[in-house]
Ligand binder design. Structure first.
Ligand SMILES: Cc1cc2nc3c(=O)[nH]c(=O)nc-3n(C[C@H](O)[C@H](O)[C@H](O)COP(=O)(O)O)c2cc1C
Length: 198
């Protein structure tokens, strides 16, 4: 049974991002996958200290962080999963602060001893997992996808944890209604995208 981990960086209960990942999770479960959804807002994650202690340790496995918070639990879940849904609203042209905080702590996936100018990603040469990227914004979706940093940041997150991006959904024009509901068309698109993970 495929194990799919959803990492959601939205702050809002039942906002547009929550609705999309719920639609995707329901589809995947119907198709026999095991889905676990992580709401990053429920996980206290400390800032990366840039100490690079974790990056000194060689090997394919994530290095050990000096901080002992909920991030270790998330890394364990990432390691055990076959594919991912990575989701964040676009705030000020970027993933949310909570997603960014999670993303920076993924430096444990870099081998970067002090004598090297740039990191080598530990998962660069291992069998790739799959990822689908989800975002939303007030601007039209086709614009948001290209003008903001969100897509690139989500893609970098996927690469870092050893996954190839197999699709992206970027919902636009969603900010005019405080209780925006996904249209049937968007739900169908989300379901079709989710099955690419299987
Ligand atoms: C602090 C903040 C910054 C935002 N910045 C942008 C932005 O730069 N561009 C944009 O198109 N929408 C922006 N938005 C709209 C959000 O993208 C939109 O509210 C979000 O996708 C809703 O996601 P949610 O329903 O999961 O909360 C911003 C919203 C907030 C609250």
């Amino acid at each position: 049974m495929a194990k799919i981990l959803v990492m959601n960086g939205s702050y809002r209960n039942n906002g547009i991002t929550d609705q999309v990942i719920k639609t995707m999770a329901e589809e995947l479960e119907t198709d026999g996958a095991e889905v676990e959804t992580i709401l990053l807002r429920d996980y206290p994650i400390e800032f990366c200290l840039n100490c690079r202690e974790c990056t000194q340790q060689p090997g394919n496995l994530p290095g050990e962080c000096v901080q002992h918070d909920t991030m270790q639990e998330l890394i364990n879940k990432i390691e055990k999963s076959d594919s991912f849904i990575l989701a964040s609203p676009t705030n000020f042209g970027s993933v949310t602060a909570i997603f960014q905080r999670f993303m920076e702590r993924l430096v444990v996936y870099a081998y970067w001893p002090w004598n090297m100018n740039a990191p080598k990603y530990r998962k660069a040469n291992v069998v790739k997992k799959k990822a689908v990227l989800v975002s939303s914004c007030a601007a039209p979706g086709f614009l948001g996808r290209w003008i903001y940093g969100t897509r690139k940041q989500l893609k970098t997150t996927a690469q870092t944890i050893g996954a190839n991006t197999v699709g992206t959904i970027f919902m636009g024009l969603i900010a005019k209604d405080p209780h925006h509901r996904l249209s049937e068309k968007v739900q169908a698109k989300a379901r079709a995208l989710a099955v690419k993970l299987l």
